[in-house]
Ligand binder design. Structure first.
Ligand code: SF4
Ligand code: SF4
Length: 64
């Protein structure tokens, strides 16, 4: 399983990652991003690449 690491202190709740995620893994709650469905994450890193505040990091999959 992927490890989605969120630094809630850096997230400003812009919603870019939620919009870009092709699998609906993320959601906004009280203006902070939350992981809704981590199992669906395919590790594409769109969220990580596009977050202007570096608030999301996707960990390596155990299977590479
Ligand atoms: S793109 Fe970054 S700052 Fe914007 S909601 Fe997602 S984690 Fe938060
Ligand atoms: S790595 Fe891709 S699938 Fe996983 S949460 Fe980020 S945008 Fe969604």
């Amino acid at each position: 399983m992927r490890k989605i690491q969120i630094n809630a202190h850096w997230c400003k709740g812009c919603g870019i990652c939620v919009t870009l995620c092709p699998k609906g893994v993320l959601k906004l709650e009280q203006e902070t991003v939350q992981v809704k469905n981590e199992e669906a994450c395919i590790g594409c890193r769109q969220c990580e690449y596009h977050c202007p505040d570096f608030a999301i990091v996707i960990g390596e999959d155990e299977n590479g």
